[in-house]
Design a binder for this molecule. Sequence first.
Ligand code: C2E
Ligand code: MG
Ligand code: MG
Length: 715
Amino acid sequence: MYPAGCGSHEDAMKDPSDTRDIGPRIGSPFWIYLTVVTVAGLGALLVALLRGLPAAGLRGLAGHELFWVLAALSVLGELKPIVTPGKSRPDAGVASVTFCFAALLYWGLAVAAGLRALTTVFVALSGRRAPHRWAFNVAQLTLSLAAAAAVLAAGRIHPLPLRPWVPTGRELGPLGLAALAYFTVNFLLVGLAVTLHERTPLRVTLRRALPYQAFVSLALLSAAPLVVVVMNRSVLLVLLFLLPLIAVYANAAISMQREHQALHDPLTGLPNRALLLDRAGEALAGTARTGSKTGFLLLDLDRFKEVNDTLGHPLGDGLLQAVAYRLARSVRPGDVVARLGGDEFAVLLPAVRAAATAREVAARLRAALAEPIRLEGMSFEINASIGIALYPDDAASVEQLLQRADVAMYLAKQRRTGLERYAGPAGRAFPARLSLLGDLRRGIDHGEFELYYQPTVFLAGGRTAGMEALLRWQHPRRGLLGPAEFIPLAEQSFIMHELTAHVIQTALRQAALWRRRGLPVQLSVNVSVADLLDAGLAGPVEAELAALSLPPEVLLIEVSDRALTSEMIDITAGVSALRGLGVRLSLDDFGTGYASLGRLRRLPVAEVKIDPSFVSGLASSPDSQVIVRSLVDLVHGLGIRSVAEGVETADAAAILLAMGCDAAQGHAFSRPLNAAAATGWLADDLATPPAPAGHRRPAAPAPVTSAAAPEAPAR
Ligand code: C2E
Ligand code: MG
Ligand code: MG
């Protein structure tokens, strides 16, 4: 951003997003520079006014309607910069340049500098700008006008209030040189301020701004002699300049509006992806020249989708706006905050010295969001996960920067650290996983997911107690994937809800099919803890049960003890909604988490599945026996069914039966089976008379490839 229009009152300290108006630090190079320019410029103004405005001239001028018309036009022009697409407001040209330069040509330096100062102060005060700002602007513009006046004087042109000068057409040379002097001094004065403020090399600042600034200045200054000729004729004719000016403004405004729409997010007003990429490209080019680094932060709100789904989109929109506002206020001028879509934001730090700076900014952003947001009488705590990548350290291009920040962000979510820097080669596996995440939706739409069913068997009698639906993904390129390959990934994204809904629908349809065939069985479906954080799961469950005319007892929802690692995870909303439908829970992987007795009592738990880690060593480890026995007793005491998972041997099954464990699941009975094989299992079960107590149904025959799924499909 270059804040100096030629003659523009805009200055290096101005930033549209900066409302704090804090002056530069006293003693800093920037401060010294501003002070020197301000003192010199104001001194020049004083001298010009004292020398060039003899009392008669001043009085004459004050009664001159021409002066007031010019002053009014100048103020109007200053109030409304001509902002054009691709240029930020401080770059804009201001029509006051034309009128003040016209005053210089017609009446000389004293009037022009006085008019310029009046205009600047008037506009600055109406905009409540800090005195150090407008003082610098007055000084900078006086010095520019003085340079032009000096050039005119060298060409023996000495306009005075009492002796106005009107160009005849022969003085184009001196006129052009005066305009050039004005532009050069102003451009350098402001360029230097920007350089000191943004700490970028002068060469870079000037080269970046020169073409556009030179063009705008030429256009504005070249109109000045025309204004002077007209001024000399009639004040009314001067007013005619208003019309072309209005046309220019209208045109610029329309183009700006179009550009703004194309480059900004309509909801938050933040730059969109296109603008961000554009700025990132510029930043990388700048970094290459200056040897600094460009920081890129990718920010994703944690669990925003839930708020949006539960409380509605208007509230979600309000939250996004609040988040956008806080983010935009937490960065420095020059940094770019963009919304990439959904709840994903990005922050571009065009020039940072070290990775630590980017980390600091990221921590500041997280802190800014951590303050509860109040909306519609509710209070929301927003957490965000931020991934950081730096150019040139982590990436060689804009695309890579985005992708690596994405990888780091995913890591931050997965590790629950909230903040991660791209981890270099170690993180290389992640892009593959990310692309997998992208494949998930397509997988659902294309029917690539399949459910396998693993029976649970009553230890006493050997009858089937239920079937557990286990998800498999027939990935077109990677082959058959087990849940461990994609569920943890899906859990990081909203897609998990869709996946769970899909599993529930498929499983219940299968249950209905079995019922119609006279094979009624209870079906267990695994859900992620994220599915229970709100009441969202109950919707699809209720709809499917109703559509298939199934009683709620047919379904057991398995939730892993491991996932409920802390009391902080509140699944009350999800569980109560299910309880309302009459659907109960199975507590999976019991013993690996921290499910307290209190919690077991509070939740509608019908079944507890003892984790395989206790079951596998049962025959050889007395410790495991003690643990499993206590778990079985405990669960019984609460009136809950106990199921042992991962039972692989007949010995283990016998021990479990002796301990009073109700049911078991594992390879000793059957591996997970595809739908057809599971149907066969159930039909067999129905046909086989119940075995006497203590007897176990024999293990299923060796799995046929098409029927049984591998436990851990190839990676
Ligand atoms: P889980 O719910 O504890 O499921 C039991 C896992 O143990 C299954 O692995 C099953 O194939 C495996 N298993 C069964 N018997 C034995 C045995 O005797 N020995 C050994 N070593 N393993 C046995 P799978 O299918 O790979 O599933 C892994 C986990 O993925 C499941 O653990 C469950 O937490 C999760 N999962 C599976 N399907 C879904 C789903 O649809 N949604 C969600 N959210 N999670 C799912
Ligand atoms: Mg399970
Ligand atoms: Mg389990």
